[in-house]
Write a protein that binds this ligand. Structure first.
Ligand code: AR6
Length: 184
């Protein structure tokens, strides 16, 4: 596990299942429809129960790089922030900018809703095919930059399902915490 303080925010990595996180919000790696799917999206909907799908149906979908919020229903997390990562093979040079936008928009929504703790999965690193080292680089740098510029978040955690992602995110987080400006 890596843990760094950036201004007044702790940023950490953890290996585990994001559906077990007891935080103000977990982020879901969803698709445009916001109506559920496989991977972490499926796990979150199963754990939250049918009320989550009912709430998502009212949101009218979501663009790549944007985010929308619901309650957490049956989850230990109070809210779910649904974001849509880029499909790596279809995004070309825009992939990093879109992935960065997912992280930024999710954290903006957290602040707008007065939330203090947010857990992210490795967005786009499953079905959407983003190479995990590259995704970790973008995610870690974007979060470090965001909390450097915005007050209010106490904890941002990356919850990684497998060793490979856990290693990559831990390494990139430690690097990012020591770096200055980041332009994806
Ligand atoms: N907790 C934490 N991480 C998880 C969990 C979990 N319970 N389950 C899987 N992961 P993916 P994407 C990791 O495919 O690439 C869905 O069908 C997984 O190991 O869930 O953004 C959506 O509906 C991987 O590292 O998301 C979309 O259609 C990471 O979460 C599409 O997949 C992301 O893998 C989105 O694809």
């Amino acid at each position: 596990m890596s843990s760094v303080m950036v201004k007044r925010t702790r940023i950490e990595t953890e290996k585990g299942d994001i559906t077990c996180e007891r935080v103000d919000a977990i982020v879901n790696a969803a698709n445009h429809t916001l109506l559920g799917g496989g991977g972490v999206d499926g796990a979150i909907h199963r754990a939250a129960g049918p009320e989550l799908l009912a709430a998502c149906k009212l949101l009218g979908g979501c663009d790549t790089g944007d985010a929308k919020i619901t309650k957490g229903y049956g989850l230990p997390a109070k809210h779910v922030i649904h974001t849509v990562g880029p499909v790596y093979s279809e995004s070309g040079p825009n992939a990093a900018r879109r992935l960065a936008s997912c992280h930024r928009r999710s954290l903006e929504l957290a602040l707008e809703n007065d939330l203090k703790s947010v857990s992210f999965p490795a967005i786009s690193c499953g079905v959407y095919g983003y190479p995990v080292d590259e995704a970790a680089h973008v995610a870690a740098n974007t979060v470090v930059e965001f909390v450097t510029e915005h007050k209010g978040l106490e904890l941002v955690r990356f919850v990684l399902f497998d060793d490979r992602a856990f290693q990559a995110f831990s390494e990139q987080l430690e690097r990012a915490a020591g770096v200055g400006e980041f332009k994806p």
